[in-house]
Design a protein around this ligand. Structure first.
Ligand SMILES: O=C(O)CCC(=O)C(=O)O
Ligand SMILES: [Fe+2]
Length: 326
């Protein structure tokens, strides 16, 4: 556990076993995970939610992007095993980055409340950004016991030393049993985007996530000839993984995200600065092909392998622009 992390003194063996650990993840780690999510996230499992799961990264040729998760998962496993006194007992069942966009919420439930979720023993939710600063609403509430609600806020401490530490190790994690002793809900996000890393733990080896990841990784690597130069360009997953239903219709997440970053996709055909999406092409189909990026009226010369590749670069570019302005 990081030196700065501090657990509140709730006993693990209470009626509602859970604990909030302040200052568990560094801002840098959170930013790195956010970067992975912005470049590779797919339509989530509920309305107004986007998620990046590790099997998705492994299956789409982004195995290298699993690396930032490795130390975080292991630290979480340590902390959960210590708190619930079950050393060497747990396997990770699911790891996912989840953005909760405006309108997202989840009603009262326990995390093992479906027959296909019975294997879940514990939940860890890391908050990668802050209530009030980055989003409004989105408060995790428990039906019974303490702490009853979780509001991740940066820089709450008045002491200079603690604020300094909170600047470095600033993000909180909450851990709780996945059973009916911890019935909880998340109220609606009313503004901004709430970003979490959720990890579920199981005692049942059959649900261990790691062998699945290795299997995907070996399949994507085995498809490369040994002499072929290794490419780190993301492979698109099936198109419906990027489709986000909204009201009666929906939108493609890759287009929406590039638009939010201030760019647009353009066909790679023709000379640069004159190319536009040709009307006869299906725009969704184009997203898996080579394309260019545009900004305003300008289309850049560089041709990208596919929309995910262009999206990664536009994200880096917009982060660089924001840092330059800061
Ligand atoms: O994000 C949170 O605070 C909790 C999420 C949750 O309850 C769930 O995904 O089951
Ligand atoms: Fe939950």
């Amino acid at each position: 556990m990081a030196n700065s992390a501090s657990a509140s003194p709730t006993p693990a063996a209470g009626d509602h076993p859970r604990v909030l650990i302040r200052s568990f993840l560094s801002r840098e780690t959170c930013k790195e995970l956010e970067f992975v999510h912005r470049s590779c996230g797919a339509a989530g499992y509920r309305p107004s939610v986007l998620s990046t799961s590790l099997p998705h990264l492994a299956a789409t040729g982004c195995g290298h992007l699993l690396l930032p998760f490795v130390p975080v998962r292991e630290r979480l496993r340590d902390v959960v095993e210590s708190f619930f006194d079950c050393h060497f007992d747990l396997f990770i069942e699911f790891t996912g980055l989840i953005s909760w966009c405006k309108g997202a919420s989840i009603g009262w439930h326990s995390d093992d409340n479906k027959p296909y979720l019975r294997q879940r023993a514990f939940t860890a939710v890391c908050y990668l950004n802050n209530h009030g600063e980055d989003y409004k609403g989105g408060i995790l509430q428990f039906q019974d016991g303490d702490p009853s609600s979780i509001i991740p806020v940066a820089g709450v401490s008045k002491s200079t030393f603690t604020s300094l530490m909170r600047n470095i190790f600033s993000q909180d994690v909450v851990i709780y049993t996945a059973d009916s002793r911890n019935v909880h809900c998340v109220n609606e996000v009313t503004e901004g985007e709430r970003l979490t890393l959720t990890v579920w733990f199981t005692r049942d080896r059959a649900y261990d996530e790691d062998p699945k990841l290795l299997n995907f990784l070996s399949q994507t690597s085995l498809n490369c000839e040994p002499t072929e130069q290794k490419s780190y360009i993301p492979l698109p997953a099936s198109d419906n993984m990027y489709w986000f239903s909204y009201d009666q219709s929906g939108f493609d997440i890759r287009c929406a995200r590039v638009h939010v970053l201030g760019f647009s996709f353009h066909s790679s055909g023709g000379s640069h600065n004159t190319s536009a999406l040709p009307a006869e092409d299906d725009p969704i189909e184009l997203l898996g092909k080579q394309l260019r990026l545009g900004r305003g009226d300008y289309v850049f010369e560089k041709i990208f392998s596919n929309s995910l590749h262009a999206l990664q670069v536009s994200f880096i570019f917009s982060v660089a622009l924001i840092s330059a302005v800061d």
